[in-house]
Design a protein around this ligand. Structure first.
Ligand code: PGA
Length: 237
């Protein structure tokens, strides 16, 4: 299976011109890589960026109709989008529940999108010794009635382990601790491609692949700098 390196641009950058610049810097820099690369820009740029696999950052679980402000899986699929990030902690914080995430994953798979399913514990949960309990609950409900399918060198569902306290803080999770969580996740979902995310930079990225058992990376802040993101991709080869 290939390593999956995902750029999550979140609500950045502010203009299409900047988005195109970062995108082409990444596209040119990763040419010939063995890794699978997916770029997840905001919805409004998806139709404008071509040449590398694209992912959306969210999806709605209904098909069509009176849902102001939502974007359906079918719309994304028809645009040529291949992946969708579901269950990111920044969306969970806005009220997304494990049950909603389960519905979104089902809808994404139904229309033929591949999923990057995010899970992770908060600092409080980690300190209270509840990490595994939280991860297990997120997986059990999030993936209820869903089957992992191998698609040659990729999978329909990819799990991104992202400790909430490590996201955007510069405080990336240590390799040993990450390995324990990844092993725990792989035990619950055998054969899953599991990514690490949370303050990934080119200085720490290779370690997760080589020493923590990660099959890829979900990169936020550092993916807005094409040169840095390309270095991260290379470190995972
Ligand atoms: P970060 O974000 O790399 O900026 O910590 C990761 C993510 O939220 O996916």
């Amino acid at each position: 299976m290939k390593n999956l390196i995902v750029a999550n641009w979140k609500m950045n950058p502010a203009s299409l011109e900047e988005a195109k610049n970062i995108f082409s810097g990444i596209k040119n820099g990763v040419e010939g890589t063995n890794n699978e690369i997916v770029i997840c820009p905001p919805f409004v740029y998806l139709a404008e960026l071509k040449g590398t696999a694209l992912g959306a950052q969210n999806i709605f679980y209904e098909e069509q109709g009176a849902f102001t402000g939502e974007v359906s899986g079918e719309m994304l699929k028809n645009l040529g989008v291949e992946y969708v990030i579901i269950g990111h902690s920044e969306r969970r914080k806005l009220g997304e529940t494990n049950e909603m995430i389960n519905k979104k994953i089902k809808k994404a798979l139904e229309v033929g999108l591949k999923v990057i399913f995010c899970i992770g514990e908060t600092a409080e949960e980690r300190e209270a010794g509840r990490k595994n309990e939280v991860l297990e609950r997120q997986i059990k409900i999030g993936l209820k009635d869903i089957k992992l399918v191998d698609l040659g060198d990729r999978q329909n569902i990819n799990i991104a382990y992202e400790p909430v306290w490590a996201i955007g803080t510069g405080n990336n999770c240590g390799v040993e601790e990450t390995k324990k969580s990844i092993d725990f996740i792989k035990n619950l979902v055998p054969n899953a491609r599991v990514l690490y995310g949370g303050s990934v930079k080119s200085e720490n990225s290779g370690d997760y692949i080589k020493n923590a058992g990660a099959n890829g990376l979900l990169v936020g802040g550092a993916s807005l700098n094409a040169e840095e993101f390309v270095k991260i991709v290379k470190s995972a080869e």
